[in-house]
Design a binder for this molecule. Structure first.
Ligand code: MIC
Length: 318
């Protein structure tokens, strides 16, 4: 338990023993997480929207189950346990019993922080229209259930309360909901769909001294401020949910179009090959080729581990 809880304790220290902005690139699968770890990020964020898209091929409409999310969170937090993962838990997937059970599963999966919201269980992405909310008593009961799980497991889990109330009820009601959530045990406040810098500032000031999170979704409602600006606006955590996914989508599309139109894929070709000279030599290293991807995902570490344990699995090389 102590080992798993370490990431949560680290996130708590980042939040309360320092004033640095906690920068969380959004990841939705093993590849995006490995790339962010390779780049040296100190935190990761598991996006629910990205998980719906990459795991189910479906939009963010409350279609991912607790099992889908726990499994993904467990895989992501296992890749580097020294890097705290903040994960989306949507609405907690039911009433207080279900919320408590799901939060317990997130803790056991090694999640360091999670955000729990006040939309109805048939929720949707916070940057879409027509959102419906539960009443404040139900929202608070979700937060209390999360807190109960944290206490029961003696975990340092950081609970982030998210409200989607801005769209239909305005800033004052949103702030009042988040204050009630903090009173019930949440550590951080997350105002979804904040629309401009003035509102961002007003929000962080209204919530002080509670730390606030800003959600920077490409193509969403919130201006895409950079890390420096987010900090100046009073935020302590910034998440970039689908940033890599937008890039990946455009790259997949380009490659698929090329294959469809020309019957060939040149992405893994060397410059010589692109110039029409020669074919891919068997086993040749190409940028982004399969060996490089395996290396990114720990090929050498696996081989080393096998050897260290006295295994012979790779004694003939890989
Ligand atoms: C933060 C969020 O909950 C997520 O799943 O990453 C989404 C982001 C998105 O839909 O791109 C959200 O509801 O804002």
């Amino acid at each position: 338990m102590a080992g798993i809880n370490q990431a949560a304790a680290r996130l708590r220290a980042q939040l309360f023993d320092s004033d640095e902005l906690i920068v969380c690139p959004g990841v939705q699968d093993g590849l995006s997480a490995r790339v962010c770890l390779q780049q040296g990020f100190k935190n990761l964020y598991m996006t629910g929207a990205g998980t719906a898209i990459s795991l189910l091929g479906m939009p963010d409409l409350g279609l991912t189950t607790a099992d889908d999310m726990v499994r993904q969170a467990s895989m992501l937090s296992s890749l580097d346990r020294s890097v705290p993962l903040i994960a989306d838990i949507d609405t907690g997937f039911g009433g207080p019993v279900m919320v408590s059970r799901t939060v317990e599963r997130y803790i056991l999966a090694g999640v360091a922080g999670l955000h729990l919201e006040d939309q109805v269980t048939t929720k949707r992405c916070g940057h879409l229209g027509g959102k419906e909310l539960v009443d404040v008593t139900t929202f608070v009961s979700r937060i209390k259930a999360a807190r109960e799980a944290r206490e029961r497991l003696q975990s340092d889990l950081v609970i982030i309360a998210r409200t989607d109330a801005l769209q239909s009820m305005g800033l004052d009601e949103a702030v009042s909901r988040l204050k009630a959530a903090v009173e019930a045990g949440a550590d951080v406040a997350f105002l979804e769909g904040v629309k401009d810098r003035e509102e961002m500032n007003k929000f962080t000031e209204a919530m002080a001294p509670t730390p606030c999170l800003v959600n920077l979704v490409p193509g969403g409602l919130t201006p895409l401020v950079n890390a420096k600006e987010a900090k100046e606006l009073g935020y302590r955590i910034a998440i970039w949910p689908c940033f890599a996914m937008t890039h990946a989508y455009l790259a997949y599309q380009k490659a698929a179009r090329e294959l469809m139109e020309t019957g060939a894929v040149t992405a893994g070709f060397t410059e010589k090959q692109k110039a029409g000279e020669g074919e891919n030599a068997p086993g040749e290293q190409v940028p982004g080729g399969i060996r490089e991807l395996f290396e990114l995902c720990g090929l050498s570490e696996c081989v080393e581990f096998d050897k260290k344990m006295g295994g012979q699995t790779f004694s003939k090389g890989v």
